[in-house]
Design a binder for this molecule. Structure first.
Ligand code: NAD
Length: 255
């Protein structure tokens, strides 16, 4: 049997980057998947992710157009999983980064990041948990960041949103644990995606070498290395792991 057999996963932001690799790995490991994203193709272009996974695996797949800042859209994404038997794993992965200076940050940019990175996680978890507590429980995985563990003067708003995700995770674990729902966070370090090549210019920039010096593993991580952590938290292999922060950062944070 496969490690995620009989699981049905909803992955927000699952068309690109980290979410895309989580969706691919989950499907390869036996889960059916719903990709909930504002677009069905990767940000850098290419074939729709759910079609690729259909070709690669035996999994049932669906794409739902979903802006995670809309509670109704999140509900639709969870409803789409009913077709496959109902959501058992919710991955609140969608997130955005923009790095204005603190003194220059405007209300609209602040609200947008809070609505996607924080409100989206809150109501994504709520929509999934309402079904999980009625069923046999489940696993909720929230994407925080190393930016949710340490502050940074350069990324004030982003750190605030990711710190919020961390304590929402612990608090939701406390609220839902008695009903058999586990809630954990993954805190990636520098992972090579469109976010880190384009939105925040680290990978491929003149600062890259200096940045890599601060990482014991001396390289950026790849999205599939976060997907491995997500498989662990989604599966029964982590059945007694709850309200935990799993840091996957090549050693950046503790050194
Ligand atoms: P990415 O930009 O490569 O992909 C993000 C995906 O989310 C895209 O498919 C995009 O269409 C989707 N998305 C954006 N806004 C959305 C919305 N409102 N509703 C639904 N979907 C939306 O980003 P990534 O690097 O894969 O990051 C995924 C998550 O991991 C984010 O929460 C990010 O903050 C977190 N993270 C990334 C890194 C990194 O180094 N890449 C590090 C730490 C944490």
């Amino acid at each position: 049997t496969q490690v995620l057999e009989n699981e049905v996963a909803v992955i927000t932001g699952g068309a690109s980057g980290i979410g895309r690799e989580i969706a691919r790995r989950f499907a390869a490991d036996g889960a059916d998947i719903v990709i909930a994203d504002i677009q069905d193709t990767p940000r850098e272009g290419g074939e729709p992710t759910h079609e690729l996974i259909d070709e690669e695996t035996e999994a049932e797949t669906a794409y739902v157009e979903c802006d995670v800042s809309s509670v109704d859209d999140l509900e639709s994404a969870v409803v789409a999983a009913d077709e496959f038997g109902g959501v058992t794993v919710m991955v609140n992965n969608a997130g955005i980064f923009h790095g204005e200076e603190f003194l220059q940050t405007e209300e609209e940019a602040f609200d947008r990041m809070m609505n996607i990175n924080v409100k989206g996680v809150y109501f994504g978890a709520q929509a999934a948990a309402r079904r999980m507590v009625e069923a046999d429980g489940g696993s909720i995985i929230n994407l925080s960041s190393v930016a949710g563990l340490e502050g940074s003067g350069e990324f004030v708003t982003y750190c605030g949103t990711k710190g919020a995700v961390r304590l929402l995770t612990y608090s939701m674990a406390a609220a839902l644990g008695p009903d058999g729902v586990r809630v954990n966070a993954i805190h990636p370090g520098l992972i090579e995606t469109t976010m880190t090549t384009d939105d925040v210019s680290i990978i491929g920039s003149e600062d890259e070498d200096a940045f890599l010096e601060s990482i014991p593993s001396r390289r950026a991580g790849q999205p599939d290395e976060i997907a491995d952590a997500a498989v662990y938290l989604a599966s029964d292999q982590s059945s007694y792991v709850n309200g935990e922060s799993l840091v996957v950062d090549g050693g950046m944070t503790n050194t």
